[in-house]
Design a protein around this ligand. Structure first.
Ligand SMILES: [Zn+2]
Length: 129
């Protein structure tokens, strides 16, 4: 073939490659969109499963004889541990929690700064100094 045909062949080959590349790009975008949608749907499932678990744990707290008793027991242990760690932080910071709303207030505060509830004297709550 002549040089003209060779150029023509090359150009049509390049056009086909560009078209294939464009198709691949479109496919890639479509796959990404579909995968994003799958992730969102899976995220919803995970969220709802977590919510079912939280509601079950709240409903059957302390009932360690049932099907998920060992999990409920571990949840209870972790909650106790968290409470203990929070108490350690409060002791270091010199704060305590409001008896009504749970807001962090100064250990000597007579009233909650958030809800205004009168607080028991700090000494009555085991204050050591
Ligand atoms: Zn309060």
């Amino acid at each position: 073939m002549g040089i003209g045909d060779a150029i023509k062949d090359f150009m049509s080959g390049a056009a086909a490659s560009a078209s294939a590349a464009k198709d691949k790009l479109t496919d890639g975008a479509t796959i990404l969109r579909l995968e994003t949608e799958i992730k969102q749907l899976q995220g919803d499932i995970d969220k709802w499963c977590g919510e079912i678990g939280r509601q079950y744990a709240a409903k059957y707290a302390g009932d360690y004889g049932g099907e998920f008793g060992s999990y409920l027991e571990q949840i209870s242990r972790n909650k106790d541990k968290i409470k203990s760690l929070e108490d350690q932080i409060s002791a270091i910071k010199g704060t305590r929690k409001c008896s009504k709303c749970g807001a962090e207030i100064d250990i000597d505060a007579a009233f909650c700064v958030k809800c205004g509830t009168k607080q028991a004297p700090a000494a009555a709550r085991g204050r050591t100094h």
